[in-house]
Design a protein around this ligand. Structure first.
Ligand code: ZN
Length: 222
């Protein structure tokens, strides 16, 4: 994140990922990468906004003047498919993981969705899923394939705890690394240097289980 600008300008487009600082830093680190990774990382076509290999991780926001002489098309970050950079930003800034706007916050805290674990005790639970706003919670409970038994938890103190990702360890007698099963790792752990993080983890403190249907009813003015 230190080297990525989330609100860069490219020509007439604003709000795109800016990688100029990362590209300036890349030569200093690329020598440490394994050959395959180095080829991938230094392929500049991936960083050119109009390059053939640059994947635009955006979703359509609005089209104005369709069919007219001048059509305006507006995009926004695709928070629906959780990209690692967006996951971290949503988690750290308490943005809705679906729409990217500020997540729902009441006196019971920030709204998180998760699957019912059978205990009803979610105090201290670790979540890789950023919070949601109430409107997107309604959508997610209906359509998200990951939420088979959704429950809503509000946390007054979601604390950044660590990361989720893959631990790699040296393979004896070879120059290869062995990847282990993905797991949670707290910040400050001695294995950090061997860990490739993909998601930011928060621990939910001061939790309250909430009735989403009641909150939806208020939202809909029922
Ligand atoms: Zn939302």
């Amino acid at each position: 994140m230190e080297y990525v600008n989330l609100n860069a300008q490219v020509g007439d487009l604003s709000g795109v990922l800016g990688l100029a600082r990362y590209l300036r830093h890349l030569p200093a680190i690329s020598g440490d990468l394994p050959p395959g990774g180095r080829d991938f990382a230094t392929d500049t076509d991936r960083y050119d906004f109009r390059g053939r290999r640059r994947v635009k991780d955006l979703t359509l926001r609005v089209v104005r003047g369709a069919g007219a002489e001048e059509t305006e098309v507006e995009f926004q970050h695709n928070f629906g498919a959780v990209h690692p950079v967006r996951q971290r930003r949503a988690q750290a800034e308490r943005l809705c993981q679906v729409c990217g706007k500020t997540a729902s916050h009441t006196r019971d805290g920030w709204l998180f969705l998760m699957n019912h674990d059978g205990s009803n005790d979610y105090e201290g639970v670790k979540s890789t899923k950023p919070p949601v706003c109430l409107r997107c919670a309604a959508l997610a409970t209906r359509h998200c394939p990951h939420l088979s038994r959704p429950v809503a938890v509000r946390s007054r103190r979601p604390r950044i705890w660590g990361v989720f990702g893959t631990l790699y360890t040296p393979t004896p007698g070879t120059s290869r690394l062995t990847a282990h099963v993905d797991e949670y790792l707290p910040y400050g752990h001695r294995a950090s240097n061997w860990f490739l993080a993909s998601q930011l983890v928060v621990a939910l403190k001061r939790c309250t289980l909430v009735d989403l249907d009641a909150e939806f009813a208020v939202l809909n003015g029922e």
